[in-house]
Design a protein around this ligand. Structure first.
Ligand code: AMP
Length: 312
């Protein structure tokens, strides 16, 4: 068992804590999470420990990235369990704010159910116009892939990450490549807005059967979980096909579509894109990433695999 863990709930206390440590010459590494921690999150913490002696894990379910009608209300949480896991890893400090936004009284209300319009309204916003209204948009990178079906998602992500950077003032921040678009978009935001933080990307952590770990996996039935293995299996088959010389992305994407559809998935997207720009490519002659978002039952799962051009 590790030592006691300090839970900081107030923004100003968090900033004072960081400034005191930095004044003493200590480096700080931030690991932003929404909690319900699994081995994927813990791998980020291990990476953070290599970068800096002071690791801050933030646990905050960011309502600004959920559209009305998405799964904010069922997003899993287990704060005590999370603390125990972090204690075991020797983490000393957790930032656990109750709310990071100035809220309107009627936030999220009055926008109807999960209709088309609600995709453009987050669970943060209301109608009175006196609440939070400043957003960061990474204009091109936020639009493809997850941005198509979740048009306000990355606006919420970029904004809350910027807020966390302003509050924690870390030297480093660790993100998982499981959320590939998110990782690239945060790198772009940091570059474009001169944030003084180095972003570290960590590989995807999978269960022993290959399923990418996700807090949302807890909502899969045993059958859905089994069917969902079609995702990682088809990604691995694509990797083999590319090694064997197949570089036409249309053919590779179709093979994944067919495999996951046959396993019962509803497709959001299956796309091969440039690793840096996230723009779709027709041929693999530069480093690309195959990104997948599909639904099994009521659970939306994302996964991806980085692919290099074949070496002949
Ligand atoms: P979340 O709590 O889902 O918002 O995730 C917090 C961080 O953990 C993000 O940077 C995710 O990309 C990362 N993460 C989540 N699942 C995994 C995984 N299976 N492998 C690696 N990183 C992950």
């Amino acid at each position: 068992m590790g030592e006691d863990i300090e839970v900081i709930r107030d923004k100003n206390s968090m900033r004072n804590w960081s400034r005191t440590r930095r004044a003493q010459g200590e480096k700080i590494c931030l690991v932003p999470t929404m909690g319900y921690l699994h081995r994927g999150h813990l791998a980020l913490v291990e990476e953070a420990k290599k970068r800096a002696p002071r690791v801050v894990v933030s646990i905050y379910i960011n309502r600004a990235q959920f559209a009305v009608g998405e799964d904010l209300s069922t997003y899993p949480s287990n704060f005590e369990g999370d603390l125990n896991k972090l204690k075991d890893l020797g983490v000393h400090t957790v930032f656990f704010p109750s709310d990071l936004y100035v809220r309107e009284d009627n936030a999220g209300a009055g926008h109807g159910q999960a209709n088309i319009a609600s995709r453009y309204i987050s669970c943060l916003e209301g109608k009175s116009g006196n609440g939070h209204e400043t957003w960061i948009r990474v204009e091109k990178m936020e639009t493809p892939l997850c941005g198509k079906s979740r048009p306000i998602f990355f606006r919420g992500v970029a904004t809350v990450v910027a807020k966390l950077f302003n509050i924690v003032e870390p030297d480093f921040a660790v993100f998982g490549k499981k959320d590939y678009q998110q990782w690239r978009l945060i790198c772009r935001m940091v570059r474009d807005l001169d944030f003084s933080v180095e972003i570290v990307g960590c590989g995807i952590v999978r269960d022993c059967d290959g399923l990418a770990l996700s807090s949302r996996n807890v909502h899969l039935s045993p059958k859905e979980r089994q069917d969902a293995l079609s995702i990682c299996r088809s990604l691995n088959r694509v990797k083999d096909a590319v090694c064997d010389g197949q570089i036409h992305t249309g053919i590779l994407e179709c093979s994944v579509l067919e495999a996951v559809r046959n396993a019962g998935a509803k497709i959001d997207y299956v796309e091969i894109v440039d690793q840096e720009t996230l723009r779709h490519v027709d041929r693999i002659d530069l480093p690309v990433v195959l990104c997948v978002a599909v639904w099994f039952g009521g659970v939306r799962l994302i996964d991806n695999i980085e692919l290099q051009p074949p070496t002949y």
